[in-house]
Each structure stands twice: as structure tokens, then as C-alpha cells.
Ligand binder design. Structure first.
Ligand SMILES: Cc1ncc(COP(=O)(O)O)c(C=O)c1O
Length: 424
């Protein structure tokens, strides 16, 4: 401990767990909504208590609304977002099945990695980081590969790009391909009507625009996807009865992520699988409730409003924005680190002097760009303005030669031009 200052900003009180106060303005996680934190501290109830099973059903109904779907099988996977990805991919891909993964950033590589571990035959197409795919590129690759599954990311936080998906479901239906999407970072920050866009499977996480902590992965599955998963049915010994029949296809190579068994647990049979992570169920449910109270479209509009204010601010600060801005996610912006400053020093000072976190970046962008998020509970005017003021101060304290005093003014100007109803 070098000084009192450092003590307050960097250490955790070991007696009472008192993490430092931070404003998390990176690409996620972000500060959880206080209502969500309160929901997580509610007392536990038994797994088969009607209050618990009723609450599970209510949570399914809430996520149907969040996802704009009628899919019956809309439920939670216990684990972080990649648990949702893994559950979907391992359940729909038999060893040897062909999957096409369009890669536009780090998380496309993650889908590839998970599909490889599921022993699928993985085919990829790529665009440079900072770009998105055109529907024709995806259709051409589907024609060539003839995959069983198309697996792609909507908002890839590693590049800040938001892949347009409106035409992709139609293409998949034309070619009899199951369409899976990872929208961990984009859900409710950007439009994603599951049924209208004809998705067969979607998985998300809580720690971005949904305003919760990581640890639960809501998913939804179309009837077509469920019918396919059911062909791989296997019920484990010990709970299996005479009535349970194995599916005709090879069983799913994971017990924990077997979506057939997870559906039997969330469905009417209530067949025991894992012990539902009750506190995360409360948490995920509250995240959805908060979104539905505000209205899904309003939540997306709020992310656009504050994301655009942040964009106006960083541009006025003279920072060059990364990637194709016309396809930028509403909830995160990438900016090039100016040559004359040390990126880690600036981020470090923002954290220790102001308690504000912005994101670094991965792979080819490492050390080149910062990623600044405006999402979930932090998609707010005060959070945007504080971050811009702090970034400007820290840039200039570290030798930046760009404009002074413009960033906050530009963001305020953006807010004053926006419709007053949508400003929150
Ligand atoms: C698009 C996307 N997919 C998957 C993940 C992995 O999520 P988790 O760390 O919750 O497993 C992230 C995390 O940032 C993400 O942005």
C-alpha cells in the first residue's frame, strides 16, 4: 500500500467485502442495476416448491417478451454467456455435422472453437475486424458448404460491429439450415426480434445491456430446433423411467449442457437435472422485468441515444472512431488510442483517479483501440458526461495534443437535439 489514495481506489476490505466504487464504461460487464442486486439477495426456496416452478415459468414468459418470440423453450442456462453458446452448439451439432461460422471478431472465433470441441465439421468465412457480412456473402457460403447450422454473432464487442441479421433467417430457411445467434452483447441494446428474423436458436448474457452480472445465459429455441434436439434424447439413469425412450440420433456429448434434459427440467415433467441457480434465476428474471417495464423498443432507443452521445463526444475530442460506424453497435464505441499517449497510462489514471473503467481490446486491435460502452444501467446521461470529462482530463494529463473542452459540449448538444421523451 503506497498511499491512502491507493488504498481506497485499489483494494478490497477483507472484513466485509467492500469492492471499490467503479463506474464500468467498458464493453461489459457494467454496473448491475440496484434492483437486480436486491433481487439476488432474496432468500432461497426449494427446487420443486410451486413458488419456484411458478417463478421459472414466469421467467420463461418474461424472456419470450424480451426476445419477441412465441418459442415455448425460452429458459436459462446456468453459467456465463458461453455456457449458453456451448449448450446450444453441443446440443444441435452431432460429431461430423457441418456448421458455417462467419467470423467478424473474437467471438466468431469463440463459436468456431466451441463447435470444434463439439467435433463438428467447421467451415468459416471472415471479414476484416471492423466490418460486417453482406447477406449475399453468407448465402454464397451456405450454398457452397451446405451446413446443418449457421452460427454467428450479432454484436461482437471485440470490434463494436453489429451484424445485420434481418435477411439471414430467410436465407437459412431457404436452404434448410438451423440459424443460431450469440447476442450476448447486443440484446436489448440493438434490435433483435427473434420470430420476425426467423432465428432457430439464440443465447445471451446478462452483463451487458440487460443490466445484470454474468452468471446466467437466457436462451430461446424454435420448435424446429427443439424437434431436432429431441432426436438426440437421453435421460440419465437414476431418474429414467420405462416411459423414457432414447432418441434415434447419437446422444448429446455433454450432460450439463444437454438441452433435452434441461428442457425436461424446465418443462412440465420437472425431471431433475442440475439444481437451478436460484439467486441467478431471481437476477435474470429481474433483469427482464426491468426491461419490460421500460419496453424493449424504448430500451434499444435509450442505448442508441446514449451511444450516439458518447460517439459525438469522442469525435469532438478528436479521437478517430474504429470500424464501419454505420454498422456500429449502439452500446459500444471503439476509438484509436492517439499516438502521443500511452494507452495503459490513460486507462489506469481513469480508474485510479476517477474510478471509471473503459475497455482495452483483443487480438489485432490490442494496444490500438479503447472500447467505451454505454449499456444497461450505465446507458445514462450522467454516466456518458462523466466518462467524457474524465477521458478528456486524463488524455491531456498524458500529453494529448487534441481539442480541449469540446467533448462534453458535443454530447450535451446531442442530447438537446434528441427528443426530450427519450432522454433518461
Ligand atoms: C458477443 C459475446 N459472446 C460471448 C461472450 C462471452 O461471455 P461470458 O464471458 O459471459 O461467457 C461475450 C463476452 O464479452 C461476448 O461479448
Amino acid at each position: 500500500m503506497s498511499s491512502l489514495n491507493n488504498f481506497y481506489s485499489t483494494t478490497v476490505d477483507t472484513q466485509t467485502l467492500n469492492p471499490p466504487q467503479r463506474l464500468l464504461m467498458g464493453p461489459g460487464p457494467i454496473n448491475a442495476d440496484p434492483r437486480v442486486l436486491r433481487a439476488m439477495s432474496a432468500q432461497l426456496i426449494g427446487q420443486y416448491d410451486p413458488a419456484m416452478t411458478g417463478f421459472m415459468n414466469e421467467t420463461m414468459a418474461r424472456y419470450r417478451e424480451v426476445f419477441k418470440t412465441q418459442n415455448q423453450w425460452t429458459m436459462l442456462i446456468d453459467g456465463t454467456s458461453r455456457a449458453g453458446i456451448e449448450a446450444v452448439l453441443i446440443s444441435i451439432l452431432r460429431p461430423g455435422d457441418k456448421v458455417l461460422v462467419p467470423i467478424m471478431g473474437r467471438f466468431g472465433h469463440l463459436l468456431t472453437e466451441i463447435a470444434q470441441r463439439a467435433q463438428a465439421e467447421v467451415h468459416t468465412i471472415e471479414v476484416p475486424w471492423g466490418e460486417v457480412f453482406k447477406p449475399e456473402q453468407i448465402e454464397d457460403a451456405i450454398k457452397k458448404v451446405q451446413p446443418r447450422v449457421l452460427a454467428m454473432v450479432q454484436g461482437d464487442t471485440s470490434t463494436t460491429m453489429n451484424q445485420p441479421l434481418g435477411d439471414i433467417g430467410e436465407i437459412c430457411q431457404r436452404h434448410d439450415v438451423l440459424f443460431y445467434c450469440d447476442a450476448t452483447a447486443s440484446i436489448v441494446g440493438n434490435e433483435l426480434p427473434v420470430d420476425e428474423w426467423k432465428l432457430d436458436a439464440l443465447s445471451v448474457g446478462l452483463q451487458k445491456c440487460l443490466g445484470g452480472p454474468s452468471g446466467s445465459a437466457p436462451i430461446t429455441l424454435s420448435d424446429k430446433c427443439v424437434d431436432w434436439i429431441r432426436t438426440r434424447k437421453k435421460v440419465e439413469a437414476g431418474i429414467r423411467t420405462e416411459a423414457h425412450k432414447d432418441g434415434v440420433e447419437p446422444f448429446i456429448r455433454s450432460n450439463y449442457f444437454d438441452l433435452g434434459m434441461i428442457m425436461d427440467y424446465w418443462g412440465e415433467e420437472r425431471l431433475n437435472h442440475h439444481t437451478e441457480a436460484t439467486s441467478m434465476l431471481f437476477c435474470a428474471s429481474e433483469c427482464a422485468r426491468i426491461v419490460l417495464e421500460e419496453g424493449v423498443d424504448n430500451v434499444v432507443a435509450r442505448h442508441k441515444l446514449h451511444g450516439d452521445a458518447m460517439l459525438a463526444g469522442v469525435q469532438a475530442l478528436g479521437l478517430k472512431v474504429f470500424g464501419d460506424i454505420s454498422n456500429k453497435m449502439n452500446n459500444v464505441v471503439g476509438v484509436y488510442i492517439p499516438d502521443e499517449v500511452d494507452g495503459d497510462q490513460v486507462r489506469g489514471q481513469m480508474l485510479t483517479d476517477f474510478g471509471i473503467e473503459i475497455g482495452t481490446s483483443f487480438g489485432p486491435l490490442h494496444g490500438k483501440i479503447w472500447r467505451i460502452g454505454t449499456m444497461g444501467y450505465n446507458a445514462r446521461k450522467d454516466a456518458v458526461l462523466q466518462t467524457l470529462a474524465c477521458l478528456e482530463a486524463c488524455l491531456h494529463a498524458n500529453g494529448y495534443k487534441g481539442p480541449k473542452g469540446e467533448a462534453v459540449i458535443a454530447a450535451l448538444a446531442h442530447y438537446s437535439q434528441a427528443s426530450p421523451i427519450s432522454v433518461s
